[in-house]
Design a protein around this ligand. Structure first.
Ligand code: NAG
Ligand code: NAG
Ligand code: NAG
Ligand code: NAG
Ligand code: NAG
Ligand code: NAG
Ligand code: NAG
Ligand code: NAG
Ligand code: NAG
Length: 566
């Protein structure tokens, strides 16, 4: 009898995976800079997966990504979408702002909890921020934050069976939290991890009578790992898993590196999934303009055991994905090319981002007399900490892509400039500008094309000097500026008359993507977009941008393996 039972259980165990044949999926599931993902599966919202990612100084901040199948994603909302929700800090450090977010759903309410890092010039300590909503597809429905004072970054939220909410910060410091006031109870440190540096990004789960603590260790660079411990009691004692780490690509020659900062969730079929960040860099970890991107990988989590997590790869065989159904909402579907014409009455597209908060008067769709354009008024500079800066951009989401826009710009003052940029931080960007420069020899200033770098990142040598090219007199009207990533290491910058043929184009040059990798932006990833600056001069001439186009061409998913963009 016992033998029969054992046989039947064994047969069931082997029969289960066969019932739903495995499929392959590709990583990064959300390409482009989407760091520190935290994900949940919400049956109450039509079996939808929701993930939040960190945004540092980019606004609108804290995007909520939604999917029905973990393959096709839509921007649902930004939890932090109004300047009034931002702490009253004028932080200008390039790695400050909104750190890792934990997204949770409890009794009908979505919670997004995070930590705001300021540059130390502010009188008050950096606060924790707790946002909530009952509609994750509506920006306006997200609350103003409840402020609290966590002992460290990366707050997690966990409700015990008795309904008591706990906040756990980096170094696994737990306390109860009053969700209305932000008041924290006494703190207890749960676990130091396995001894690697930066034990951070904690999440607590309860399963089979155990409290599981999952953390990141080793720093968010190539030694990033995921480790776990468990306890019978929420406040401890936690005992580390002897099989740690549960997930890492450290000390491997994989193309996907820095795998860590994970979260675990299951789908409607009960199959487990892990979200994490990863960097497409290979073990050299030098060329990675898109920074830390969001990956998913399958896991098995047997009763009473620690989960077994598949290593992160670009092409993975895994549980059959949930049946694909279009996720609701009106935000952009990821992978859709940008085709923005800024028609009168239209809003600024919701995937376009700013560096800190913009002056709203600097960006106007179809200003009077200029239909089908985006008017950008210049900021004094785009390279210093003076707010606001006139930059509007989208994420580089593809290894290979083409970005172009038409720029109508007739500067009058010396050094006035408008153009297209690949931008990692305020002090690390590649700019193709139309700029007013003095024309030595002719004794007056003229409009010229200039390709210029700011910063050096991981380049390792001195950045190339600026390239200046006169604008052919035959070019009348707007100028088309184009940035192409033809391979994974370089961007090529060119300009031509609007509506001209490739024959008319002037190629200013190619610049290495290592300049927008690492350096002052170890936590962020490249943006591509438009800017206008007076270069510290007195100019105020606006630029009129039209025909904004971004098309993803290919993703690199392994050494020498490129696949069409998704
Ligand atoms: C930020 O604010 C502080 C005081 O609130 C001020 O001293 C400092 O100059 C400000 N920094 C910038 C860059 O505006
Ligand atoms: C973590 O390490 C610190 C410093 O060694 C120690 O004081 C603390 O008790 C440790 N915490 C735990 C939970 O073991
Ligand atoms: C990763 O760990 C190795 C030791 O295993 C160390 O030499 C190296 O500096 C670490 N790298 C980073 C980026 O932390
Ligand atoms: C769990 O922790 C609480 C608070 O520290 C303590 O009162 C209780 O005795 C603990 N229970 C167990 C089973 O360790
Ligand atoms: C991928 O290429 C890099 C060199 O760019 C090499 O170091 C690494 O070993 C390769 N990995 C594999 C899995 O072939
Ligand atoms: C992913 O791997 C599977 C199985 O090895 C293979 O059939 C498929 O072609 C691969 N997909 C891509 C895009 O490389
Ligand atoms: C299907 O994928 C899961 C998750 O990676 C794995 O545990 C299982 O072994 C796979 N099954 C087959 C038949 O490959
Ligand atoms: C990548 O493109 C740049 C610019 O066109 C070129 O100089 C470089 O040789 C290319 N790299 C490879 C590996 O083809
Ligand atoms: C503008 O001035 C600021 C402050 O002095 C400086 O940091 C920045 O580099 C200047 N920008 C340019 C383009 O020269």
């Amino acid at each position: 009898m016992l033998r029969l039972l054992v046989y039947l259980l064994g047969a069931m165990a082997t029969a289960l995976p066969a019932a739903a044949a495995n499929k392959t999926h590709l990583n990064p599931t959300v390409p482009g800079w989407h760091s520190d993902p935290s994900c949940i599966f919400v049956p109450e919202w039509d079996d939808t997966f929701f993930c939040a990612t960190s945004t540092f100084l980019v606004t609108p901040a804290m995007p909520i990504h939604a999917s029905k199948d973990l393959v096709n994603w839509r921007l649902a909302s930004h939890a932090l979408n109004r300047q009034t929700q931002w702490p009253h800090y004028n932080t200008t450090g390039q790695n400050d702002g909104i750190f890792a977010v934990t997204l949770r759903f409890h009794e009908g309410v979505f919670y997004a909890i995070t930590f705001f890092v300021s540059d130390g010039s502010n009188p008050l300590p950096s606060p924790g921020l707790l946002f909530r909503t009952t509609d994750p597809f509506d920006n306006a429905a997200w609350s103003d934050p409840v402020l609290f004072q966590p002992p460290n970054i990366d707050p997690d939220l966990f409700w015990d069976d008795d309904g008591v909410p706990y906040m756990t910060a980096a170094e696994s410091i737990i306390s109860t939290i009053d969700l209305e006031t932000g008041a924290l109870g006494p703190a207890t440190q749960l676990w130091n991890g396995t001894g690697e540096r930066n034990p951070e990004g904690p999440h607590i789960y309860k399963k089979d009578g155990w409290y599981y603590l999952l953390i990141a260790e080793g720093g968010t660079e190539v030694n990033h790992t995921v480790t776990m411990a468990r306890s019978r009691n929420v406040t401890g004692t936690y005992i580390g898993f002897e099989g740690n780490p549960v997930l890492t690509n450290k000390h491997t020659d994989e193309y996907f590196q820095t795998v860590g900062h994970a979260d675990i969730f299951h789908d409607a079929a009960g199959n487990w999934w892990v979200s994490a960040l990863a960097t497409r860099s290979g073990p050299e970890w030098i060329n990675y303009p898109m920074g830390r991107e969001m990956v998913i990988t399958p896991a098995t989590w047997a009763e009473g055991e620690f989960p077994v997590i598949s290593p992160v790869r670009g092409n993975e065989s895994a549980w059959a994905l949930p049946v694909s159904k279009d996720v609701k909402g009106t935000g952009p579907i990821y992978g859709t090319p940008d085709v923005f014409d800024f028609a009168p009455g239209s809003a600024i597209p919701s995937n376009l981002l700013f560096w800190r908060w913009p002056d709203v008067n600097s960006f106007t769709v179809s200003a009077p007399g200029h239909p089908n354009t985006l008017r950008i008024r210049p900021s004094p500079d785009i390279s210093s900490g003076i707010d606001p800066i006139s930059l509007i951009a989208r994420l580089q989401t593809d290894t290979l892509f083409e970005f172009s826009m038409d720029v109508d710009f007739t500067p009058t003052d010396l050094n006035e400039e408008a153009g297209a940029t690949v931008f990692l931080t305020q002090v690390q960007h590649l700019d193709l500008g139309i700029v007013m420069l003095s024309d030595s020899g002719k004794g007056h200033a003229t409009r010229q094309l200039r390709l210029r770098t700011d910063g050096g990142g991981n380049l390792g040598t001195a950045p190339p000097p600026p390239v200046i090219h006169s604008i052919p007199t035959s070019w009348r009207g707007p100028i088309t500026l184009t940035i192409r990533a033809n391979n994974d290491t370089h961007y090529t910058f060119s300009a031509g008359p609007q509506g001209g043929s490739a024959h008319d184009d002037v190629v200013l040059g190619s610049l290495p993507a290592t300049i927008v990798s690492g350096g002052t932006g170890p936590f962020t990833g490249a943006l591509v977009g438009a800017y206008a600056t007076a270069n510290n001069g007195t100019g105020t001439t606006p630029a009129y941008i039209s025909r904004w186009r971004y098309t993803g061409i290919a993703q690199q998913i392994d050494n020498n393996t490129f696949v069409p963009s998704w």
